[in-house]
Design a protein around this ligand. Structure first.
Ligand code: GMT
Length: 386
């Protein structure tokens, strides 16, 4: 198949998933055309099946806001026409699903089928804003097929948007060969020179990640045992987090590493992953950590219970339960046998349910069903479900 993929190319789980999906599909012989305003940051492996089409937005003094949504639609239509796309797969509804719809209108009959993957805040936060609600619902309803990254998100989409057409749940996945306990990781001594236990958090440091909770959990853990915290990523909450680490007297043991390309190397140095988010439709970083054999301590919220098996591959607590999370972390880090068992269980769980080899074929089957549904629709004049 010839597949166009649009995603946010900068840091963020939806861009990571879209990129990894494109790379995996290319490995399986499909022709992949990434269409976005910049090269997706995890796209490092070009091969003869992977192409990138940059969307350029005209700067004109009259435009206070550059018209990205329509420039993207125009580029989607151009690429579809030039290479004959079968599928246009957009990740994150806003504005990508709207641009895709517009592109298909430009192209007329015979254009690609549009598949929209909903990732999280496109539904739970941004899309439900009154300024975007009706266009988001329209874009979802006009897609030929819709997938959600968790059962939770599919349910929320039904609740919030009243969309009755079922969305397929295709969970996120990870390359378990790259994110693997036995891979060549970063030496622990770089970060923990005195043999301290190493806790890790990775995110875009937005308020919904509850970054202060990460620092508070760590400060509590460090009262009980020698430990350090790696803060990977960047975002608006970073300055407050630095200040809080000083206030709590743990600044020397909290290392802010900013954005990092080679995430597996860092994860491999760690003992425990923290994700105390307010909201999380899936929690890709928690999946990547578990794939590297790290137990995860997280909030019992959104799709996280689908990713982390409470008591088996990590521990889940109510949002904001800093004390509960800290106590669980201390107990686990003081019990090497239990810690090892949990890390192994985390890895086994990822291999059994979230390996790229299991999930990517689900997308291929979904594309095939969408295309078959379209052919039926053209035959009978009725809309078919994938
Ligand atoms: O909504 C966001 O926070 C952005 C989005 C992204 O692009 O990173 O994250 C969402 O999609 C990820 C990939 O599917 C999920 O792992 C994240 O849980 C989800 N974020 C939220 O639901 C808050």
């Amino acid at each position: 198949m010839r597949i166009g993929i649009t995603c946010y190319p900068t840091y963020g789980g939806s861009g990571v998933v879209a990129t990894e999906l494109g790379v995996e599909l290319a490995r399986r012989g499909h022709e992949i055309h990434f269409i976005s305003y910049a090269l997706p940051f995890r796209l490092q492996q070009f091969d003869q099946h992977v192409f990138f089409h940059e969307v350029e937005v005209l700067a004109y003094p009259l435009f206070d806001h550059p018209p990205y949504t329509i420039a993207l639609a125009a580029k989607m239509a151009d690429v579809a026409r030039q290479v004959g796309l079968d599928i246009l797969h957009v990740h994150y509804a806003i504005p990508h699903a709207v641009s895709a719809h517009l592109a298909t209108e430009v192209l007329g009959p015979g254009g690609p089928a549009v598949v929209t993957t909903l990732h999280g805040t496109d539904i739970t936060l941004v899309g439900r804003d009154p300024s975007l609600f009706s266009i988001t619902r329209f874009a979802i309803e006009s897609s030929d097929g819709v997938t959600c990254v968790s059962r939770y998100l599919a349910e929320r989409t039904r609740e919030l948007f009243g969309i009755t057409r079922p969305a397929a749940v295709i969970p996120n996945f990870v390359d378990t060969k790259r994110f693997a306990p036995q891979a060549d990781g970063c030496p622990r001594a770089v970060f923990a020179p005195r043999g301290e236990r190493l806790l890790i958090h990775l995110s875009n440091f937005r308020p919904l990640k509850r970054i202060p909770d990460v620092i508070r959990i760590f400060a509590e853990v460090r009262r009980h045992l020698p430990a350090r915290l790696l803060m990977v990523g960047d975002g608006v909450e970073r300055p407050a987090a630095v200040a809080l680490a000083h206030e709590l007297g743990v600044a020397d043991d909290v290392l802010f590493l900013s954005r990092q390309e080679d995430v597996p190397r860092l994860l491999l140095a760690g003992d425990l992953f923290l994700l105390p988010s307010e909201e999380e439709s899936f929690g890709l970083a928690a999946l990547e950590a578990q794939s590297c054999g790290l137990p995860v301590i997280a909030s019992r919220v959104g799709g996280l219970p689908e990713v982390i098996a409470d008591g088996e591959s990590g521990f889940l607590f109510p949002v904001g339960d800093v004390r509960g999370m800290a106590e669980a972390a201390v107990r686990l880090l003081q019990d090497p046998a239990r810690h090892r068992q949990m890390g192994e269980a985390a890895r086994r769980r990822v291999l059994a349910h979230f390996d790229a080899g299991l999930i990517v074929p689900q997308y291929e089957a979904f594309y095939a069903a969408v295309l078959a549904g379209r052919r039926d629709e053209q035959g009978t004049g009725r809309r078919a479900e994938p």
